[in-house]
Design a binder for this molecule. Structure first.
Ligand code: HEM
Length: 248
């Protein structure tokens, strides 16, 4: 199949520019703004919506990421080699993907709603949020609409032989724009908004993804010791800073 200039632009130039901005942008942000490298939580400003919205969104996101890792990065021949046939893969992907997508949409809906409806959160919304929230919403909505239209209610679309081939080609430095060029519009729009999201990522609160406190799960216990009983003679100098002040 002949590849048009538009296909080269959309499926080779745009993704590589976005991935380069993603990588270089993270280095720049880390060097320039380490103190701003946070999720910039607004929990103190509003917590009722956040209590439901945040876990729903994050749980859905973890499942969606796992699904994308298998669906995009692993060739169909590999899953077949370990005994997962096309029908089993497709059924699992549609069920798990739908649950994950609905959780993500519901959670993100709540996060967007509180940003619009709570005055305090709205005032704490900066320019990067005004790019991030619409871009994230567009990507997630296009993803779930593509799944629903083609694989839940439609005749079924085998994106693993088109979209996934294009996706892997980018990282193998052997781009295959023709593989995605003929995919249904919703999948193409979803992939494009995802590329733009990757380009915006380093300049937004999404950088917190790379500093999630995972080490907390395995860190050693913090040992607390009871103070010496009141009135008990204290060892001279113990817990005292030079000059007789108490150490803190
Ligand atoms: C270039 C990167 C991406 C590609 C090629 C891609 C491709 C796909 C494909 C093929 C589907 C359909 C899955 C199915 O029908 O079973 C899908 C669904 C979906 N995608 Fe993406 N995606 C990308 C990035 C993202 C990102 C960054 C997000 C979220 C921020 C996202 C969110 C979703 C959601 C919520 C769904 C529907 C639920 C699901 O099936 O998992 N995608 N995507």
């Amino acid at each position: 199949m002949n590849t048009s200039a538009a296909d080269l632009l959309l499926w080779v130039a745009v993704p590589y520019v976005c991935l380069t901005v993603f990588a270089v942008g993270h280095v720049w942000r880390y060097r320039q703004d380490q103190f701003g490298w946070t999720s910039r939580t607004s929990q103190l400003l509003e917590h009722r919506w956040l209590r439901w919205g945040s876990p729903l969104f994050h749980l859905g996101a973890f499942m969606v990421i796992a699904g994308h890792a298998v669906g995009l990065a692993v060739p169909a021949s590999w899953t077949e080699a370990v005994g997962v046939d096309e029908h089993t893969y497709h059924t699992t992907a549609v069920w798990a993907g739908s649950v994950a997508g609905v959780a993500m949409v519901a959670g993100l809906g709540m996060l967007c709603a509180r940003r619009l409806l709570s005055r305090r959160v709205r005032l704490g919304t900066d320019r990067s949020d005004k790019v991030l929230f619409p871009l994230l919403s567009a990507t997630v909505l296009l993803g779930i609409t593509a799944t629903a239209a083609h694989n839940v209610f439609g005749a079924g679309y085998d994106y693993r032989s088109t979209v996934s081939v294009w996706f892997r080609g980018l990282f193998a430095l052997s781009p295959e724009p023709g593989a995605i060029a003929g995919a249904p519009l919703l999948f193409r729009l979803h992939a494009l908004t995802a590329c733009l999201l990757f380009a915006a990522w380093p300049f937004t609160r999404l950088v917190h993804v790379w500093s999630a406190p995972v080490g907390y799960l395995v860190r050693p216990y913090v040992v607390y010791r009871r103070r010496a009983a009141a009135g008990a003679p204290r060892r001279r100098g113990a817990g005292t800073a030079p000059g007789g002040r108490r150490a803190v």
